[in-house]
Design a protein around this ligand. Structure first.
Ligand SMILES: [Zn+2]
Length: 261
């Protein structure tokens, strides 16, 4: 992975306006540095050069990626395209992985965070209000990706505060969660929510009662479910079957991997 500040600054100086500069920096940086996290391919191809999105694809395994640039890193919420399109893609396990790219004032790529698409669930996709009748695309419904509802496991840094992480580390982290795709869409939302809340406890080992403390938050996310505690227990079993946690007995659990691993 090459990280050329000189190249980015020189490119940026040739273009006027932050949107155009951001586009050029993003495209060039990605062309030179991006690699596939799902296989050993060391480059990606851009497959929609004429659209607003920065979409990349692996020629080897066909994994897809969408890059979103940010001047100020916001890992709470990020606007995406049409709600129905993304929802259908997520349900069929063909949605692109998200790469959130954050630039410094000098247009240097400061942070780059991968959010694997298996983490896009009903708690993460937020349906926006339809555009007003006077808008050019009246009635169109967009969506936001609520990154705040993605567990820390689903935010994998490729670049962190200017430091580039080794590709093998990124690929290893990514591979730990691809098995989430085997969980049906209507259950995976719960799995990801329970994983996020168990991580929120902040310890490698935790108890069932500590997870129960987040019951109110789960009721807000799933208002039609009346048996939250049974659902928590069921999802802890799903996380165990996926080898993300292990059961220690007597209502105690442990994460198989520490977050930093
Ligand atoms: Zn690949």
């Amino acid at each position: 992975m090459i990280h050329s500040l000189q190249c980015e600054t020189e490119l940026a100086s040739r273009y006027k306006g932050p949107t155009q500069i951001a586009r050029v920096v993003t495209e060039n940086w990605c062309a030179e540095n991006l690699y596939c996290v799902a296989c050993s391919a060391n480059s990606l191809e851009q497959f929609s050069p004429n659209t607003k999105a920065f979409d990349f694809r692996c020629r080897n395994c066909f994994e897809t990626y969408q890059v979103k640039g940010q001047r100020h890193l916001n890992l709470n919420r990020i606007a995406d395209g049409a709600y129905s399109v993304l929802l259908a893609a997520v349900q069929q396990n063909v949605a692109p992985n998200l790469l959130v790219m954050n630039y410094s004032e000098q247009w240097r790529v400061h942070n780059l965070i991968l959010v694997p698409s298996v983490f896009f669930t009903e708690s993460v996709l937020e349906k926006r209000n339809p555009l007003s009748p006077t808008a050019r695309r009246a009635g169109w419904i967009g969506c936001n990706i609520l990154l705040c509802n993605v567990p820390p496991d689903g935010r994998i840094p490729l670049v962190s505060n200017d430091e580039i992480l080794p590709a093998h580390t990124v690929r290893e982290k990514y591979s730990k969660y691809t098995k989430l795709a085997s969980v049906a869409w209507n259950i995976r939302g719960w799995t990801v929510d329970v994983l996020r809340l168990a991580r929120k406890i902040g310890a490698e080992e935790f108890s069932l009662h500590q997870v129960y403390k987040w019951e109110a938050e789960l009721i807000k996310l799933h208002p039609h479910n009346w048996n939250i505690r049974a659902k928590i227990r069921q999802q802890l079993q799903v996380l165990r079957d996926l080898k993300i946690i292990e059961f220690l007995g007597h209502g105690r659990y442990r994460f198989v991997s520490k977050l930093g691993d």
